[in-house]
Design a protein around this ligand. Structure first.
Ligand code: CAO
Length: 455
């Protein structure tokens, strides 16, 4: 037995490709061309085949490792009877053939880019983790889970790229499918059987543990049958933000508490301030006051300036306030740091500067990280109320709609008051309804009487 180092062969110039499946473990016997690990770039999923028959001595990668050409994957005790050859190029899903691989080393002129997966494939949308500008999720430094990765508490899924692709096309979550192949490998037939069971209503999808959403596959419709259409690719920000919004919406039990704040005095003060000769030098916006008021309310109710971490609640002693900014490429949430230590004018200056850089696509990753609470203001555009989606792992977000002057009963008569609609979405696992109502009531009181903010 001779030790043979199996390295990543030519993978068409891809760098730092993620390992999404490790198919062997020390002691396993492998034949030539048996798949050892599965890689997934943003273009394709590919198996790295064994260049020789033998026994696996060591596995040098794990699910989540990033590899490039030449990275060491496995050390093999190659069987003497079967001389090793250079590792074959990985086999993209679309080009894999059931026919046995040729005995000689294939040329290293592998296709430059393996066949692309359909854009609906979750993996095709798994974003790189560290490239600005980053979307909503990165505001808190959280990275979206890469599709197909097995976390430490999840079973490792053994399935070939073609089966993974097949499952994606059908919208099947492979973690729900029992594999009938060797070492529990999931076969095409297993996926077909699973779909049949779901369609007939007999599959135990997510049964017992409650895991899995038991959703139907996404409808695939040829819209052109109904009229002219135009396909417009989603921007990178929109794809990443979309994946994060979807996760946050399904994983967090949202409730939205609505409130109205009388901002008559605040708006008259703000208008006076902005109109003064030698004024603040920057337009002091309502949003700047909202940031300040939220900080004061969060100090009073710290459970809303927190994150869930397993069985504990992490209460943050810092006040970094994110705000949703609409950009030509989609939604981003830059963060005003240490808002508790800044005055309203300084906050207004920072909001303007961050919003301008957001629109130009010039935010750095650091501008989007570390938020402890977010505000989404649509007041400049319109609307009376909405349900903002919480920016995980934060536990609450304040939505702000358009002010309107309305008659308000002051106990003796109706008076015209400028009312600001507030919509606080909160994570009901952390915040009870009563707490949310206390928070929004307090916030409304602060906005109605801005002097209270400085107390
Ligand atoms: N009610 C009425 N008018 C309001 C208002 C409110 N609540 N908030 C702002 N306005 C008015 C301002 O008075 C200003 O009017 P003038 O131009 O006449 O002075 C105008 O709207 C613009 O307001 P502003 O300069 O204060 O800016 P802003 O704070 O409203 O917006 C920003 C800044 C970055 C929040 C905004 O550009 C933006 O991106 N908004 C969209 C956020 C978003 O998409 N949220 C949804 C996320 S979920 O999909």
């Amino acid at each position: 037995m001779a030790a043979l180092e199996v390295r990543i062969p030519n993978i068409g110039g891809f760098q730092d490709v993620g390992v999404i499946d490790v198919l062997v473990k020390p002691g396993d016997a492998v034949k030539v061309d048996d798949p050892l690990v599965t890689l997934e770039s943003d273009k394709a999923t590919m198996d790295v085949p064994s260049p020789a028959a033998g026994t696996v001595r060591e596995v040098r990668v794990q699910v989540g490792s990033r590899v490039s050409e030449g990275s060491l994957v496995v050390i093999l005790e190659a069987a003497e009877a079967a001389p090793a050859r250079a590792a074959a190029p990985p086999q993209p899903a679309a080009s894999r053939s059931p026919a046995p691989a040729p005995p000689a080393a294939p040329p290293v002129t592998a296709p430059a880019a393996p066949a692309a997966l359909p854009p609906t494939g979750a993996a095709a949308q798994a974003p790189p983790l560290a490239s600005p500008p980053s979307p909503a999720s990165l505001a808190t430094g959280a990275s979206p889970p890469a599709a197909g990765k097995a976390g430490p508490d999840r079973r490792v899924l053994h399935a070939s790229p073609s089966v993974r692709r097949f499952a994606r096309e059908l919208g099947v979550d492979l973690s729900q499918v029992a594999g009938s192949g060797p070492r529990g490998r999931i076969l095409r037939e297993d996926v077909q059987g699973f779909v049949k069971q779901v369609m007939s209503g007999t599959a135990a999808v997510g049964a017992g543990g409650g895991a899995g959403l038991d959703l139907l596959p996404w409808p695939r419709i040829d819209f052109a049958r109904f009229g002219p259409v135009e396909a417009r690719p989603l921007s990178r920000i929109r794809k990443i933000a979309g994946a994060n919004l979807a996760r946050n919406w399904v994983m967090i039990p949202h409730v939205t508490q609505f409130e109205e704040a009388d901002v008559t005095e605040l708006e008259s003060f703000r208008t006076r301030l902005n109109g003064e000769n030698g004024g603040p030098g920057v337009k002091v916006t309502l949003l700047a006051f909202l940031v300040k008021a939220c900080v004061a309310a969060l100090k009073r109710f710290p459970e809303l300036n927190a994150s869930l971490d397993g069985d504990s609640l992490v209460l943050k002693r810092y006040f970094h306030i994110g705000f949703a900014a609409d950009t030509p490429n989609g939604l981003v949430v830059p963060v005003v740091r240490e808002a508790d230590r800044k005055g309203v004018v300084e906050i207004a200056r920072e909001l303007a500067e961050l919003a301008a850089r957001a629109r130009e696509g010039k935010l750095a990753a650091a501008d989007l990280q570390g938020g402890s609470f977010s505000i989404s203001s649509l007041g400049g555009i319109g609307g009376t109320a909405f349900t903002p989606i919480i920016n995980a792992p934060e536990v609450a977000i304040l939505g702000v709609s358009r002010t309107s002057t309305r008659p308000v009963w002051d106990g003796g008569q109706f008076a015209p008051r400028l009312m600001l609609p507030l919509s606080l979405s909160y994570d009901h696992r952390v915040v009870d309804g009563a707490l949310a109502a206390r928070f929004t009531t307090h916030l409304a009181r602060l906005l109605a009487d801005p002097w209270r903010m400085v107390l």
